[in-house]
Design a protein around this ligand. Structure first.
Ligand code: KG4
Ligand code: ZN
Length: 341
């Protein structure tokens, strides 16, 4: 079974083909970062228009990469939410129309389920059950994963997501949007000098709050002369606080559930300091941490093709209407054994 996956929920157009026998056989990505750079963030209308321009050519490129014709595609999966409504509608409309024309089933995939399952594309995939730390630009969640579609939300951010906090703090430090990776790079030259708080770690529970860190960063910037070393020291202290906070909550979630496998996914899971910290934590408790290769941490079509493959293979499919869900709770998803509609 070969599934075409289409991701257009935000500022990346991703198209990939997953083959049940051979694995991932095509992966195409176009990033709109340059388009939005002047505005300091994603402009939804510009994002939708660019997805319109890029999706069809990327589908053609993916078919060419896999050396396939459209007749050899058995299903089309697309991101149905959460995300920007206009951007989602572009992908959903193209995917649904192609599936109708090709007379194959279509399926609307949950973007965060895509992220969550992305580590399964690696050579050493995690077995169920596990704890997943989902850290993207829009979400920070701790989830107990017992199987595909068997998700129990253990905790989430009550304000900014971890990626959002990285981006806002990066902006304060004069870095371009999205600044997460650039902030991490700046932090490499940083020294131990400032101490940022570890929000919500002094009380029980698994929720997060990251908006205070951005304010703390703003105050630290205002109170210190901004030379290169100071900026690097602030980036270092901010990153250390985010990583430490995430580690404390992961340890708590693992202790609470007795599980020994941890999956990290979403854009921030590309962060080296976070990966090192969690690897150390899992070594201490005799467990194992799993994460996608860097290109599959941030938004991509491969994770949507793969999540779509698992669900379409089990017989689930969406109906003929073109529907997207800009807000969509992942715990509403059915397990593989239950029909989607
Ligand atoms: O998963 P993703 O591509 O998009 C969403 O679904 O939101 O995540 C994007 C987020 C951005 O906030 C970006 O700054 C952050 O991931 N990010 C990083 C790194 N690479 C990407 N944050 C920290 N360190 C990184 N290396
Ligand atoms: Zn994402």
């Amino acid at each position: 079974m070969r599934i075409l996956g289409i991701e257009t929920s935000c500022d990346e157009t991703g198209v990939a083909i997953y083959d049940g026998q051979r694995g991932l056989i095509a992966n195409q990505l176009y990033s709109q970062i340059a388009l939005h750079a002047d505005y300091g963030g994603v402009v939804p209308e510009l994002a939708s228009r660019d997805h319109i321009r890029k999706t069809a050519p990327l589908i053609q490129a993916a078919l060419q990469e896999a050396n396939l014709t459209a007749a050899e595609i058995d299903g089309v999966a697309y991101t149905a939410g959460p995300g920007l409504v206009g951007a989602l509608l572009v992908g959903a409309t193209i995917a649904r129309s192609l599936a109708y024309a090709w007379q194959v089933p279509a399926l609307g995939v949950h973007h965060m389920e895509g992220h969550l399952l992305a580590p399964m594309l690696e050579d050493n995939p995690p077995e169920f059950p596990f704890i997943a730390l989902l850290v993207s630009g829009g979400h920070t969640q701790l989830v107990q994963v017992d199987g595909v579609g068997q998700y129990q939300l253990l905790g989430e951010s009550i304000d900014d997501a971890a990626g959002e906090a990285f981006d806002k703090t990066a902006k304060l430090l004069g870095l371009d949007y999205p600044g997460g990776a650039a902030l991490a790079k700046l932090a490499q030259n940083g020294k131990v000098r400032f101490k940022f708080p570890r929000p919500m770690t002094d009380r029980p529970g698994l929720d997060f709050s990251f908006s205070g860190l951005k304010t703390f960063a703003a105050n630290t910037i205002n109170n210190n002369v901004q030379d290169d070393q100071t900026r690097a020291d602030i980036a270092f202290a901010f990153q250390e606080a985010v990583v430490d906070t995430l580690m404390i909550k992961c340890r708590r979630a693992l202790q609470q559930t007795g599980l020994k496998r941890l999956v990290i996914a979403g854009g921030v899971s590309a962060n080296t300091a976070l990966r090192h910290g969690l690897a150390e934590l899992m070594q201490q408790i005799g467990g194992e941490v799993f994460y996608p290769q860097p290109q599959f941490c941030t938004d991509n079509g491969a994770m949507i093709a793969y999540a779509g493959f698992l669900r379409l293979k089990s017989g689930q499919q969406s109906d003929l209407s073109i529907e997207v869900r800009p807000r969509w709770n992942m715990t509403e998803l059915p397990p593989l054994t239950r029909k989607l509609i």
